[in-house]
Write a protein that binds this ligand. Structure first.
Ligand code: TIU
Length: 222
């Protein structure tokens, strides 16, 4: 066991690179580029694009340190049979499955559903397709992490208060220790970004730890 530490709040997090994975949540065109799901919902995607550069640094450091790296994508089958009506239609409006400039919104195989080129997976990095907001719901993520003996998760991606924190809560209940670098997660709502991060680390790390990209890179190098 190699004992290392990430600087974090509310206190440092001890980790072993052999049992630590980086989970990159939904860094898809549909959320971070114009013309996708995020913009269709009325959001300004420039607000979440700030996470891209810090994510690049953490991804490079994780690859160099030999960490397991897993990417997730939110999306649905082309026939939408895995998209419950409660998710499909909101207030009479349907976005998922409708045509957009990057193909059918949030549908697997379409351009908008793909991961952004800046953070594209390399050979050997699993990609988890998820129908929900949480990355554990109806996926094989837990099985892969458990099989690899993973105990600690570095969780990056978008959006902070939706898919990132849903996944952190799911992971925490399954026994993983999660650390979220604040500059590597993005929200369309600055106040939600702030409070989502506050909630994770409150009450003595009730769901996990909050840090930043520099602390993750330093911790992996140390
Ligand atoms: N709308 C929004 O903020 N997020 C999502 O719908 N999905 C993810 O966060 N990936």
């Amino acid at each position: 066991m190699v004992k290392k530490e990430f600087r974090a709040e509310p206190f440092s997090l001890a980790f072993d690179p052999a049992t630590t994975a980086l989970v990159m949540i939904d860094m898809q065109r549909d959320f971070v580029e114009p013309g996708g799901f995020g913009e269709a919902l009325g959001n300004d995607v420039s607000l979440v694009r700030t996470a891209i550069e810090p994510c690049k640094k953490v991804l490079a450091a994780a690859r160099k340190a030999g960490l397991l790296v897993i990417h997730t994508r939110e999306g649905h089958r082309a026939d939408l049979a895995d998209c419950p009506p409660a998710k499909l239609t909101r207030g009479g409006k349907t976005f998922i499955g409708s045509d957009g400039p990057m193909g059918r919104i949030l549908v697997r195989g379409e351009k908008g559903h793909d991961l952004i080129p800046e953070l594209y997976p390399v050979a050997g990095e699993p990609v988890v397709d998820k129908p929900g907001k949480g990355a554990f719901y109806q996926t094989d993520l837990h099985l892969m992490l458990h099989t690899a003996g993973i105990k600690t998760l570095i969780v990056c991606g978008v959006t902070t208060e939706v898919c990132v924190t849903t996944t952190v809560r799911e992971a925490n209940d399954r026994g993983y220790e999660c650390i979220v670098p604040a500059d590597c997660v993005g929200s369309y709502f600055p106040e939600f970004q702030r409070f989502a991060l506050e909630m994770i680390k409150a009450q003595g790390a009730i769901f996990g730890w909050v840090s930043d990209s520099a602390a993750i890179v330093d911790g992996l190098k140390s």
